[in-house]
Ligand binder design. Sequence first.
Ligand SMILES: *[C@@H]1O[C@H](CO)[C@@H](O)[C@H](O)[C@H]1NC(C)=O
Ligand SMILES: *[C@@H]1O[C@H](CO)[C@@H](O)[C@H](O)[C@H]1NC(C)=O
Ligand SMILES: *[C@@H]1O[C@H](CO)[C@@H](O)[C@H](O)[C@H]1NC(C)=O
Length: 118
Amino acid sequence: MPNLKFTIVNLVVCLLATTYAVSSTWGNISNSAQLLHAEQVFNASSPEKYVTHEIKYPKNGIGNGRIITGIRAFDQVTNGTGGHATIYSGGPGFNFVNIKLQSQYNYGLIFRVEIYGK
Ligand SMILES: *[C@@H]1O[C@H](CO)[C@@H](O)[C@H](O)[C@H]1NC(C)=O
Ligand SMILES: *[C@@H]1O[C@H](CO)[C@@H](O)[C@H](O)[C@H]1NC(C)=O
Ligand SMILES: *[C@@H]1O[C@H](CO)[C@@H](O)[C@H](O)[C@H]1NC(C)=O
């Protein structure tokens, strides 16, 4: 049944695509939360490479006393070629965060990252 096989392959491709166009939220973003930092990331694709982009808040690495309550990373690529975001230090409950954005192989990154606090 070649049709069934085709359908299954399509399904798997769809699931992979969904997995890799990921917007993430960490912590809580209440109505009263203040936007501490917003950053628009655009990195063009690079042939045969994963493009990565690191976001550090605050920029100088020194905490500014504001506690982060929530973080949002919006993947603005909606056709399945987007990347994903990972927090690898700090985050909600801390006064700093390091976030890594990584593209898919051969593709670029378009993200908007928002950091909220109180
Ligand atoms: C988010 O809000 C829920 C419910 O108000 C609370 O239980 C939880 O601890 C909060 N998480 C953070 C990271 O503030
Ligand atoms: C991504 O774009 C930023 C800003 O244009 C640039 O500084 C950075 O080097 C780029 N990173 C990569 C991996 O291309
Ligand atoms: C997917 O969307 C991105 C950004 O909107 C665009 O640069 C890219 O060419 C698109 N790729 C495909 C395969 O449609």
